[in-house]
Design a protein around this ligand. Structure first.
Ligand code: SF4
Length: 400
């Protein structure tokens, strides 16, 4: 299915949910406690940049606002948003998101704006970081109960943990399967499944994931790859690659796409336009709306719900919006050195300060792992598409 087709499908699915009476809370930053909204009876839906959103509202935002949030603002100003019960903004992440949330309150005062403040770091010797976020989640929960008269229901919370965990386990398996054999399922299909669930986290999205997992399991079993896939999944989650077993004959070159809030589905569509690209070339992404959402650990049912959700959110592979650069670069080297990678494409969202600060360190990590890399600035509209394609094509040629 084309990128445009996937966007249309997600939008139609969301519209259907709204028409059937579901209340939707939109969110923008990818790492939110989905289980919290479901426990209060809401459907959380990730709001993303769209390639066709026309601009013209630049003067409303500060000059440092990135291309991503400009696109979101334009969608809202153009009336491209469905009616949402609320929209969750993150606080303490980046200046652009802060600016977007401030301007949103002023310009669209009928919209219900919610906020979740993140700790500046993910790491602390004691549990202070987790406790901080747990308290923020608890305050958000109280607000949802109070403002919408929808209490937190323990039963709904437990079902939500099961639903989100099934999404993560299934997509972790598919991501890991592609590392072992990228031809076993296409990258665009995997990220389509991820996108659909994040837009519409329902049992019907889970059914599609189940079906894909079962097809890949059968194929992997016939090829004798199931143990290898599990070894990759375990290594990515634990950071310990000593048990990874990849097949001896791997097609090359093998590349990883790194970056932050870049749309994996758009990357998949872009790569398919490049003449020397084949399905075996792109083995993994490290993007916020793909890999980082998928390889997050679920909340434990045995813990206090707010602490459990905070731990889960903080277990996601790190974002450049927070402290922990050395940890993130260690994790990047782990992927590059142990998964037989030859090339790394670093995608930077235009005017994204966090991406631009992080990119030189990623390049250095690639160099230290004997992996060639290239930096590609882009925006959600791919306004410089021809040049981007040419640069990626030349890069793939250098990898042979
Ligand atoms: S793309 Fe960068 S600057 Fe824009 S919202 Fe995301 S982290 Fe912030």
């Amino acid at each position: 299915m084309s990128y445009e087709g996937v966007i249309e499908q997600s939008a139609a699915g969301l519209k259907e949910l709204v028409e059937s009476g579901e209340e939707i809370i939109g969110y923008i930053y990818p790492h939110v406690p989905l289980e919290l909204f479901m426990a209060h009876g809401f459907t959380p839906s990730l709001i993303r940049a769209l390639p066709g959103a026309s601009s013209g509202y630049e003067e409303s935002l500060q000059t440092f606002a990135c291309a991503y949030i400009r696109n979101l603002y334009s969608q809202r100003a153009n009336g491209q948003f469905l009616t949402l019960s609320g929209l969750l903004f993150p606080a303490n992440t980046c200046d652009s998101l802060q600016n977007l949330s401030d301007i949103w309150r002023v310009r669209f005062h009928d919209d219900k704006v919610l906020r979740l403040t993140y700790p500046v770091t993910r790491y602390s010797q004691d549990e202070s970081t987790t406790k901080f976020l747990a308290e923020e989640i608890r305050l958000l929960s109280e607000k949802l109960s109070r403002d919408y008269n929808r209490p937190f229901l323990a039963e709904s919370y437990e079902s939500a943990i099961d639903l989100v965990q099934e999404f993560r386990k299934g997509t972790q398996f598919l991501y890991s399967a592609r590392v072992v054999n990228p031809r076993i399922i296409s990258y665009s299909e995997v990220v389509r499944l991820v996108r659909t669930f994040l837009s519409i986290p329902t049992m019907s999205s889970i059914s599609d994931i189940r079906e894909a997992v079962s097809t890949v399991q059968v194929a992997a079993d016939e090829l004798g790859l199931l143990d290898s896939i599990e070894s990759v999944r375990h290594a990515i989650l634990s950071g310990d690659y000593s048990g990874v077993r990849l097949p001896e004959e791997l097609e090359t070159p093998r590349i990883v796409i790194a970056g932050g809030m870049v749309e994996p589905q758009a990357i998949a569509a872009l790569m398919h336009e490049i003449p020397n690209f084949s399905e075996s070339t792109l083995v993994l992404d490290n993007l916020s709306f793909g890999f980082k959402v998928v390889f997050t650990i679920p909340p434990s049912k045995a813990d206090d719900p707010f602490m459990a959700m905070a731990k889960s959110v903080l277990s996601a592979p790190g974002e450049p919006t927070h402290e922990g650069l050395s940890y993130r670069m260690g994790a990047m080297k782990g992927l590059l050195k142990n998964l037989s990678i030859q090339g790394l494409i670093v995608c930077e969202q235009s005017f994204c300060d966090p991406d631009q600060f992080e990119a030189p360190s990623i390049e250095k990590a690639a160099c230290e792992s004997d992996v060639k890399s290239i930096r590609i600035p882009l925006d959600p509209e791919f306004s410089d598409r021809g040049r981007i394609e040419t640069r990626i094509q030349s890069f793939l040629e250098t990898l042979g």
